[in-house]
Design a protein around this ligand. Structure first.
Ligand SMILES: *Cc1c(COP(=O)(O)O)cnc(C)c1O
Length: 471
């Protein structure tokens, strides 16, 4: 019989070897996957054997089979959706999290991961300029961070009118008015739906997608006095990167005793940079915040952060009183009292590792570099005859059109087929757009140069084929 530690060593060595190969190849392979889901389904879809396989062989089979179907999100020329890469300290720490296999929901029985996450939480609050006494929960992503913040909001605004949603539920509860910007992220709507709050009222946005304070004030004025209100604001518009005018919007909402939640999935990080902080001005006056660590901070999936100013609202919403779990009533509470799950991996540990490896200046530098790269790409692409940058590039997002929708779609398809870059198509303000999100720490000047050239080539190929077709 083999030693159990040998089984681990063999499987981990294989995984490490495959991981290094993958990372080393990121710069030279096509950014997109070479095979589609049907081919990969055939690779992995055979019958389950009766007796199983050797763990190290399983890892070989997995890595070899997956490689042609992987998206090179870690490539410096991946600009799709809003997806960060992975910094070395974050990736390696994430491996340790799996090896340690702690149940990070409990504080005292798992003191190491709890201490690490509590420290990461304090660092995050300080970096993002949020209240030092706020409660922090490590969730799977900004969708669940929005859910967490809005769940605390639901508790709190009902509590203020004497309704305990925890015991009385929502049936027969006073109606909660939820106001959102017209260009909020769809996961805000999803979170509201999970919470039984229905469809929110959309408040008009300006040309960059920022909520209009005059429209917000008018909507607030239309709500009878004393009724519960939640206002959702946004730091970082998916298309333009724009930030809501927090100072005025939060003040307007708070005048009506509303709870203000900020979806800052990738934008909250502007607050960590002295150079970009102006975008986040006034944001710290809100009541809850959602962000991702797997986007701008470049830790591996899945890691989001929910921050709630009022720890009581957080605990009232997510706390559990049981006979078998240790109570932490006198201390900072159990981690499971700050997220909508009991058992979970210690996903705050890679956050600690990345923050520790970057330092305060490194985090600011990361944010600054992503923004500078977006500006360089915008300038380079705007200089191409026939390409037009549609947004004010204030942060990490760039939206481009190439004449009409049909041509923009054709250029997007040509670009993806060529494989040098990955930028995703979308629609913004009634137009087809090619959308760039600079979210990867690894993108450098050479990636920018190659990406601008790839766009130039794709556009020129499309225009040539248009001429051929019209001949
Ligand atoms: C990505 C994103 C979300 C959702 O985050 P997930 O990590 O995918 O759950 C929410 N809001 C904004 C603005 C985003 O960019």
């Amino acid at each position: 019989m083999t030693d159990r530690s040998d089984d681990y060593a063999l499987a981990l060595d294989r995984a490490s070897w495959h991981a290094r190969n993958w990372l080393a190849g990121l710069d030279s392979r096509p950014v997109g996957p070479r095979l589609g889901i049907d081919e990969l389904g055939a690779t992995f879809g055979g019958p389950l054997s009766l007796d199983g396989e050797n763990p190290a062989d399983v890892i070989d089979e997995l890595a070899t089979g997956a490689e042609p179907g992987l998206m090179a999100i870690g490539s410096g020329r991946f600009f799709g959706w809003v997806m960060g890469g992975t910094l070395p300290a974050g990736l390696a720490a994430d491996w340790l999290v799996s090896a340690w296999d702690q149940n990070a929901g409990m504080r005292t029985p798992m003191p190491a991961t709890s201490a690490i996450e509590e420290s990461a939480a304090r660092w995050l609050l300080a970096l993002l300029g949020l209240p030092s006494g706020a409660d922090v929960g490590f969730v799977t992503g900004a969708t669940m961070a929005n859910f967490t913040g809005l769940a605390a909001a639901r508790f709190s605004v009902l509590d203020r009118v004497g309704w305990d949603v925890g015991t009385q539920g929502l049936c027969g509860a006073p109606r909660i008015h939820v106001l959102v910007g017209a260009e909020r992220h769809d996961t805000v709507d999803a979170a509201l739906r999970y919470l039984g709050l229905g469809r929110p009222v959309a408040v008009a946005a300006d040309a960059q997608g920022r909520i209009r304070v005059d429209a917000l004030t008018a909507a607030l004025d239309g709500i009878p006095g004393g009724e519960p209100i939640i206002v959702c604001l946004q730091a970082g518009n998916l298309h333009s990167g724009a930030f809501d005018p927090f100072t005025a919007a939060v003040a307007a909402a708070h005048r009506r005793n509303a709870w203000v939640h900020v979806d800052g999935a990738f934008g909250l990080w502007a607050a960590a940079s002295p150079g970009m902080h102006f975008l986040a001005q006034g944001l710290a006056d809100a009541d809850s915040w959602a962000t991702d660590a797997h986007k701008t901070l470049n830790v591996p999936y899945d890691c989001g952060v929910a921050v709630v100013r009022d720890a009581r609202a957080m605990r009232a919403t997510f706390g559990l009183q049981t006979s078998y779990l240790p109570s932490e009533a006198d201390g900072p509470g159990n981690p499971f009292e700050r997220v909508p799950e009991l058992s979970r991996r210690a996903r705050g540990v890679p956050v600690w590792a990345v923050l520790r490896s970057l330092g305060r200046a490194g985090v600011a530098g990361l944010v600054d570099r992503l923004c500078a790269t977006a500006r360089s790409l915008a300038t380079g692409i705007d200089g191409i005859e026939g390409a037009e940058v549609l947004n004010q590039v204030v942060y990490t997002q760039v939206c481009i059109a190439f004449g009409d929708d049909r041509r923009t779609a054709a250029v997007t398809a040509a670009l993806l087929a060529a494989g040098t870059v990955w930028m995703s198509g979308s629609r913004w303000q009634g137009r087809a757009v090619l959308r760039i999100s600079v979210s990867n720490w690894a993108t450098d000047d050479e990636d920018v140069r190659r990406s601008v050239e790839a766009v130039r080539t794709a556009l020129s190929d499309v225009m040539t084929s248009e001429v051929v077709m019209s001949d």
